[in-house]
Design a protein around this ligand. Structure first.
Ligand code: NAI
Ligand code: MG
Length: 508
C-alpha cells in the first residue's frame, strides 16, 4: 500500500443550492404538463458526497409510461409532424442557447446529484465550455440537411424511384447517471433534428438535470408532448417503456446486461433498438511513449468521473521495459489526486454515484486482492473526516494483473486501473481484443507507424492515440461487439432515428 491519500475537509457551506432544489417533490413532464405519478409515490435523490437527500422525485410506473407514450404519439401525429426543418433547426438553436445560459445551474445539479467534481477539467476537444450546447447546435445544422435520393433503376419503361427519410416516430430514451447533461442531450438532439418525439427516462440515481432541462426546453418553446420525461426505476418505468407497443424505437445507454433485457423487451413489436453499452477498454503504452504525457493521460483515462465512464481505459497494457517505471508513476499520480466533496473546486475525484455503486466497486477491490493483483495505490473506501457519509473510493492501481482475473474482464465502473505487462505489438493486439466488449481503446507511442498498425488491430468503435476520452459532436461514437448497436454523434447517427421509404412512380 502506498502513501495515504490527499483528501479534503468539505467546504464551509457544503450545500450552495439551485433554486430548482426548493424542497417540493419533482414531477413528471407529460404532454407539456408537470404531473404527479399515477401512484402518488415518490423516491429520494441523494447527494453522493454527503448521503443527504436533495429532492424527492415522482416514481413513475407502467401507467405513467403509457400516458407519456400516448402524449408523445399525439405530438408526433400533430403539428410537429408538419413543422418545417428550418423551424426545428431554429428550435434546436433556441434550446442550445437555453442550455448555454443555464449551464452553471445544470452543472451544479449534476455535481450535487451524481458527484461529478465542480472543477472537472474540460475536455481538450470541447468547442465551448458548455459543450452539450454545441451538440444541440451540431444537430440543429442537420435538421435542414436530411433528405433522400433519386436512384436510377433498370425497370423497362419510365419508372422514377426515389427515397424519403422519415422520422421513426416515438423514441423511448433510457439513460444512465454518469454524465446527466450529456446523457440527456445526446438523445434529445437527434430526436428533435429528425422530427421524432420522445419519452426520456433518466436514471433513478440522478434525474434532476433531465427535469431542469425539461423546464428549460419548455420555456425555450418546445411544443408540448415532443419531449416527455418520466422519472422512476428501471425494472418498472424503464421496462414498461422498453416493451410498450406504442414505442417505435428505444435509444438506450447503460450496462450490457440491461441492454440485453431491452432487446428482449423490444421483441414484442420489433421496435428498433440502439444501444450504447459498457466496456473494458484497453489502453496500450509502448516503451517509446512520452511517459510525461502517457502517465497522467492513461491515469485520467480511468479515474476521470471516478471511473464512471463507459469508455474508460481500464486495462492499461504497458511494454515490459517501462513497466516498473509506469507502475510507479501511475501509482504516484493516483495517490496525488485530491479526493473530496464534489462541490469543492479543488476536488479532482468525487464520490461514486450511490451506496450500491460503492458496494460494487469495493467488492471488486476485494476480488482483485483475492485474485492476487498487487495494490500499488488506493485499494479502499475513503472515510476520513468529511467523507465518511459519502461514497468515496481511493483511486486504485492494481499491478501485475493477469488477463484471466475478473478485475481485468468485468466492468467495474469505479476508479480502478489494472496494469498488465506485454512484450510485443502482436501479443498486445491479441490480448487487448480478448474481451466481449469493444467500445474504445487507447495507444501511447511516438512511432506513427505503430500507432496506425495498433489502431487498425483494435476491435473497438473508438481509438485514441496519445490522448484519451475526447468527444466531438461531429465524430461518431459507438461500440463493437457487446458494447452496443449503432452510433451516436456524427452524420450517421441520424440514421438511427430515420426510416427510409422508397417511392416508385410510373411516369408512362
Ligand atoms: P443500468 O444499465 O441498469 O441503468 C441504466 C438505465 O437503464 C437507468 O435509467 C435504469 O433505470 C434503466 N434500466 C434498468 N433496468 C432496466 C430494464 N429492465 N428495462 C429498462 N430500463 C432499465 O445500470 P446501473 O444499474 O445504473 O449500473 C450498474 C452497472 O452498469 C454499473 O456499475 C456499470 O458497470 C454499468 N453501467 C455502465 C454504463 C456505461 O455507460 N457503460 C452506464 C451505467 C451503468
Ligand atoms: Mg443522486
Amino acid at each position: 500500500m502506498s502513501a495515504p491519500h490527499r483528501t479534503d475537509t468539505p467546504p464551509a457551506s457544503p450545500s450552495p443550492s439551485s433554486p430548482f432544489l426548493d424542497g417540493r417533490p419533482k414531477r413528471l413532464l407529460i404532454g407539456g404538463q408537470w404531473v404527479e405519478a399515477a401512484s402518488g409515490r415518490t423516491f429520494p435523490s441523494v447527494n453522493p458526497s454527503t448521503g443527504e437527500v436533495i429532492a424527492d422525485l415522482a416514481e413513475a410506473d407502467a401507467a405513467d409510461a403509457d400516458r407519456a407514450v400516448t402524449a408523445a404519439r399525439a405530438a408526433f401525429e400533430g403539428p410537429w409532424r408538419r413543422m418545417k426543418p428550418r423551424d426545428r433547426q431554429a428550435l434546436l438553436w433556441a434550446l442550445a442557447d437555453a442550455v448555454q445560459a443555464h449551464y452553471e445551474e445544470l452543472r451544479l445539479l449534476e455535481v450535487l446529484d451524481m458527484g461529478s467534481p465542480i472543477g472537472r477539467p474540460r475536455s481538450g476537444s470541447a468547442p465551448s465550455p458548455a459543450w452539450e450546447a454545441e451538440v444541440l447546435r451540431y444537430f440543429a445544422g442537420w435538421a435542414t440537411k436530411i433528405h433522400g435520393e433519386t436512384i436510377p433503376n433498370s425497370i423497362p419503361g419510365s419508372v422514377l424511384s426515389y427515397t424519403l427519410k422519415e422520422p421513426v416516430g416515438v423514441v423511448a430514451a433510457i439513460v444512465p447517471w454518469n454524465r446527466p447533461v450529456s446523457n440527456a442531450v445526446w438523445k434529445i438532439a437527434p430526436v428533435l433534428a429528425t422530427g421524432c418525439t420522445m419519452v426520456l427516462k433518466p436514471a433513478e440515481e440522478a434525474s434532476l438535470v433531465a427535469l431542469r432541462l425539461g423546464e428549460l426546453l419548455t420555456e425555450a418553446g418546445l411544443p408540448e408532448g415532443v419531449v416527455n420525461i418520466v422519472t422512476g426505476f428501471g425494472e418498472s418505468a424503464g421496462a414498461a417503456l422498453a416493451e410498450h407497443p406504442g414505442v417505435d424505437k428505444v435509444a438506450f445507454t447503460g450496462s450490457t446486461p440491461t441492454g440485453r433485457r431491452i432487446i428482449h423487451a423490444a421483441a414484442g413489436n420489433l421496435k428498433r433498438v440502439s444501444l450504447e453499452l459498457g466496456g473494458k477498454s484497453p489502453d496500450v503504452v509502448f516503451a517509446d511513449a512520452d511517459l510525461s504525457r502517457a502517465i497522467p493521460g492513461a491515469a485520467m483515462g480511468v479515474f476521470a468521473n471516478s471511473g464512471q465512464v463507459c469508455c474508460a481505459g481500464t486495462r492499461i497494457y504497458v511494454e515490459r521495459p517501462i513497466y516498473d517505471e509506469f507502475v510507479d508513476g501511475v501509482s504516484a499520480f493516483a495517490d496525488g489526486l485530491r479526493v473530496g466533496n464534489s462541490l469543492d473546486p479543488r476536488t479532482k475525484i468525487g464520490p461514486v454515484v450511490s451506496a450500491e455503486q460503492l458496494a460494487r466497486v469495493t467488492g471488486y477491490l476485494e476480488v482483485g486482492r483475492a485474485e492476487g493483483a498487487r495494490i500499488t495505490a488506493g485499494g479502499s473506501r475513503l472515510e476520513t473526516e468529511g467523507l465518511a457519509q459519502g461514497y468515496f473510493v481511493a483511486p486504485t492501481v492494481f499491478a501485475d494483473v493477469r488477463d484471466d482475473m475478473r478485475v481485468a474482464r468485468e466492468e467495474i465502473f469505479g476508479p480502478v486501473a489494472c496494469v498488465l505487462p506485454f512484450d510485443s505489438l502482436a501479443e498486445v493486439a491479441a490480448r487487448s481484443n480478448d474481451t466481449t466488449y469493444g467500445l474504445a481503446g487507447g495507444i501511447w507511442t511516438r512511432d506513427v507507424g505503430k500507432a496506425h498498425r495498433m489502431a487498425s488491430e483494435m476491435q473497438a468503435g473508438t481509438v485514441w492515440v496519445n490522448t484519451m476520452l475526447l468527444f466531438d459532436p461531429a465524430v461518431p461514437f459507438g461500440g463493437y461487439k457487446m458494447s452496443g448497436w449503432g452510433l451516436e454523434m456524427g452524420q450517421h447517427s441520424l440514421d438511427e432515428y430515420l426510416n427510409v421509404k422508397s417511392v416508385w412512380i410510373n411516369t408512362d
